[in-house]
Design a protein around this ligand. Structure first.
Ligand code: 5GP
Length: 120
């Protein structure tokens, strides 16, 4: 692995119930909760329950069932958050250059307002 999984990361603690969160979705493979420091009116973090550090780790090592569940959950949560019609943004910050703070794969769903442009 590029990077070993750190079982003490904050999302691992949330998954174990050691730290509370505001849950917005859960199934066998996925948990989603509101970001503690929202950057937009809707700011949800979607994580696989498995111990994956990043999107590349997940894409290579997760089972088909986990990948399907995660992909569908992101779509479903976006719809339930009411951001699909007006639009939204998905972000997966990855490791140092991507400025990832928490080393457990998470996709940010941001929406609810017109977001600032990220790329020129
Ligand atoms: P990253 O920079 O790794 O892509 O994003 C980590 C995100 O996790 C940040 O947006 C941050 O606000 C959020 N976060 C950090 N600690 C906690 C926490 O304890 N609970 C929740 N709900 N979000 C957190």
């Amino acid at each position: 692995a590029v990077q070993p999984y750190d079982p003490e990361n904050i999302f691992a603690k949330i998954l174990r119930g050691e730290i509370p969160c505001t849950k917005v979705y859960e199934d066998d493979h996925v948990l989603a909760f509101n970001d503690i420091a929202p950057q937009a009116p809707t700011h949800v973090l979607v994580i696989p329950k498995g111990a994956y550090t990043s999107y590349d780790d997940f894409a290579q090592n997760a089972s088909d069932a986990e990948i399907v569940a995660y992909t569908r959950a992101i779509g479903k949560i976006s719809k339930e958050a009411g951001v699909v019609e007006d639009g939204y943004r998905l972000i997966a910050n990855t490791r140092e250059h991507g400025r990832q703070d928490v080393p457990h794969l998470h996709v940010h769903i941001l929406g609810g307002e017109k977001l600032p442009r990220m790329l020129p």
